[in-house]
Design a protein around this ligand. Structure first.
Ligand code: SF4
Ligand code: SF4
Length: 165
């Protein structure tokens, strides 16, 4: 979407305070309230550099205005965020945009609006303790690179933590 079109969409939108309140019930889902839209979070964002459609400043603005239909859906732009935390290091307001994005992702999941793949990843964590299965190929590559073998993860402890939430 061009910035002119985005500006038009923002102008026509009625503030959705109910969405803001709902987002605030998720961990760190209130931090966007401190954003003053400086854009410092965008410059070094790898997802923004990869795709012009992705913009953490704009996601925070949409959260502030309550663009629930755009943010909370399986093909929402939020899923392009890599959780690298660069934006959090850049933000002068300590908004921690990635934490707001994670809160948005959690809202998607709790409302059954996350991409199907996310459910598979959660299942993998419950069984293996990590998000990606360790295969013989990854072990072989580690050996080639002179890295030590991956030790087992405390799956039972991870399960306990997840179930306690
Ligand atoms: S850097 Fe922080 S204050 Fe600036 S636009 Fe991004 S989230 Fe908002
Ligand atoms: S955490 Fe997400 S939004 Fe922040 S810099 Fe990394 S990819 Fe961009």
């Amino acid at each position: 979407m061009s910035s002119d079109k985005q500006a038009q969409t923002v102008k026509k939108h009625k503030l959705n305070f109910a969405f803001r309140e709902k987002l605030g019930t998720f961990a760190e889902g209130f931090r966007h309230n401190y954003c003053y839209q400086c854009g410092a979070c965008v410059a070094d964002c790898p997802a923004s550099n990869y795709s012009k459609e992705f913009n953490p400043r704009l996601i925070i603005l949409k959260a502030l205005l309550g663009f629930e239909d755009e943010l909370i859906k399986p093909d929402s732009e939020i899923w392009s965020c890599t959780n690298c935390y660069t934006c959090s290091e850049r933000c002068p307001q300590d908004v921690r945009p990635v934490d707001v994005i994670i809160a948005l992702k959690n809202m998607c999941y709790s409302e059954g609006k996350a991409p199907e793949l996310i459910g598979h990843i959660s299942d993998t964590v419950l069984v293996t303790g990590v998000t990606t299965k360790i295969t013989s190929l990854s072990e072989r590559r580690r050996q080639e690179l002179g890295l030590p073998p991956i030790k087992g993860y405390p799956v039972d402890e991870i399960k306990k933590i997840i179930e306690a939430d």
